[in-house]
Design a protein around this ligand. Sequence first.
Ligand code: 3PG
Length: 305
Amino acid sequence: MKILVATEKPFAKIAVDGIRKEIETAGFELALLEKYTAKKQLLDAVCDADAIIIRSDIIDAEVINAAKALKIIVRAGAGYDNVDLQAATAAGVCVMNTPGQNSNAVAELVFGLLVYAVRNFYNGTSGTELKGKRLGIHAYGNVGRNVARIAKGFGMEISAYDAYCPTEVIEKDGVKALKSVEELYAGNDIVSLHIPATAETKNSINKDLLGRMPKGAILVNTARKEVIDEAGMEQFMEERADFKYVTDIMPGNHAAMSEKFAGRYFSTPKKMGAQTAEANINAGIAAARQIVDFLVNGNEKFRVN
Ligand code: 3PG
C-alpha cells in the first residue's frame, strides 16, 4: 500500500521522519510530494496512492477521480473545507481530520499577532497592554479553548460565543458564555475568530457585525479568509480609523488593504498558525496512525464524510 504525503506547505523534517516511521513499521510505503507548484504534479502523484495525508492542499473531484486506488484522505489539521467531501463519498473514499493536534500552535500565534497589534506594529510609539482588555472568542472549539487558557495568563477578561457548544462547557473554564454573536462583537475590545469556513459562515463577518465593536477594537483571524466579507471589511476600515485587523490568512484584497491601512492591518505572507515542529509532529503522526488503523483495522474514528 502506498501512502502519499502531499503538502504544498511542507511539514518540519522531524514530522516527516515520524510519519515515515509509522507508515514503514506498518509495512506500507511512503511517497512524498512537497512544495509542488502545479496541480498536474498532484494529479500524477495521487494516481497509485491508497491513502493521502494533506494540509490545506485542495483535493477536488478531479484529484479524487485521478486517484484510482484511493481509500482514505487524512487532512492533518482541523479544517477540511479544502476537500470535496461529496466527491470523496461518491468515490467511496473516507475523509478524516486530526482534531486538536495543532490547536496550541494556532492559539499561540493569536497572541503573537495581538501583542504586535497593541504595540502598534513595533513602530516605536507607545502602545497598550492585553492585561485587562476584553477578549471575545468566536467559537469555542479546540483552538478557542487554548486561546482562553493563554488569555488567562495575560490577565484578560474572557467571553465566548459558540452556537453549538453548551454553555456549561464554556463556563467551566471560567469563560463567560454569550448568547449571541452581536453581543460578542459589541462587548469586546478584541475578537479572535475560530469558526470554520462553511456555507453558513462564509462572508458572515461583515460590516454590520464589525460596526458593533467598540472604539479601538481589534479583530484577529487565525481561522479562514472565507469567513470575512472582504469588501465590507475594507469599507469598514475606511470609516473606522481606530480599528485594527490582524490575520494569518491573507485576504484577496491584501494589496489594497496594505496600501490603505498601513499601521493597522497586517497579514502573514503564508498561513503560519500550525507551522511549528510540535504541531507538524502531532498532526502528521496522528494522520499516519489514523491511516494505518483504518487500512489495517477498519477504524473510522474521526471520519467526517
Ligand atoms: C487547520 O485547519 O488545521 C489549520 O488551518 C492549519 O492549516 P495548515 O495545515 O495548512 O497550516
